[in-house]
Design a protein around this ligand. Sequence first.
Ligand SMILES: [Zn+2]
Length: 467
Amino acid sequence: MSDTNNNTMKKYYLSILVVLSFIPGLGKSQNIDSLTIRNIYSEALTSNIAYEQLRYLCKNIGGRIAGSPQSLQAVEYGKKLFTEAGLENVRLQETMVRNWVRGPKENAYYMSEVFGSEFVNILALGTSVGTPKDGITARVVEVQNFDELKTLGEDNIKGKIVFFNRSGDHRYINPGSAYGSAADQRVYGAIEAAKYGAVGVIVRSLTLASDYHPHTGVMHYVDTIPRIPAAGISTKDADKISELLKADPELNFYFKMECSEYPDVKSYNVIGELTGTEFPEEIILVGGHLDSWDTGEGAHDDGAGVIQALESIRLIKSLGIKPRHTIRIVWFMDEEIAQRGARTYAKEVKEKNEKHIAAIESDAGGFSPDGFTGDASDEKFAKLKEWKEFFRPYGIYKIEKGWSGVDVSFLKDVCDAALMELITDSQRYFDFHHSPADVFETINRREMQLGSAALAGLIYLIDKYGL
Ligand SMILES: [Zn+2]
């Protein structure tokens, strides 16, 4: 920023302060807080630092599923950034993670005596077993839910590929709820289908968008039921196969996947701190998850979140604020598959009996933030809600009880911190989520930085007034 700009900005802040001092009912400390939060936003919106860090994470490291070489590169990158940012006690917290490897690109096509044969772009679901070496060819049975599967029973399912084709419910306003309304097919579909002798499952991707991107995501097996391979297909392909099946119920599907799970490997959470000046033993945690799926670049999920967490600390430091409590950043490993990083972190908190006042996660994509949801006592929430006015000018209007981030939720049983998540306008989130479309180019710098500033603002208030 040039000097002229600087002077203009200073005059601008001064004029805000003057205006604020005439607002009835707004005390002096609130004036200072409003101005500080204004300054946090100004710094965030005029800086490219975080955006460029995210570019590096996405473009130079890329998709970083836990256990992969890329995930370890990301750990090293985190350690370097934390150190360069002047954080203290920078350390890697060891955690074992599952080691599922996708292998070469999957191959799939349908075959119909009526319609011929055409390639279908599939993605193995995370932790799926591979197919036999030559792939699987079988007839396809489409179902909408597990009840339908049960009604069809072994007679109709045995030896077939089950095609789960229920869309998320479009009527939900929150697309996360729509996602949740159909996620059982992806997570438990292989277990349910295998109960009736299916040889594989293909699952409609969990997005409300109509496009050609297959989405992955974790799925589960149980030891008592045979493990059958599971793949995601795009919503466009799902609609097409469904149409074809109506005209040709004899349609066959072929797919080949070479994914496999290997023994657990060592990985790390990346941790750094600004030590508190008055209460160094009391921690305000901010974080996100460093791992992503291997298919895109993990830009929204959750590259944006980890970078925002670091940026929130930079913003606080840039204003010369010396936090009273320790502000700790944690980049958690392995949120997507087994949350091993979060479990390891929570275990250590318990063992060390560390006191956390708040733990705030950013894992809702780098979109315009509109609030914080979380899990905290009524008393703590009453205090959090009092701060709503500070955020209203910036589009943050929801501070509500609700879901906290996946990683910080593991702290629930080990400390009485307020567990919070930054929430966003997520209408487009699931267009990218867990798919090859989750790339850096889909991130808007300003939207992402509004999130960084919101995190910094909340940390500033919690640090100043406690919870
Ligand atoms: Zn995520």
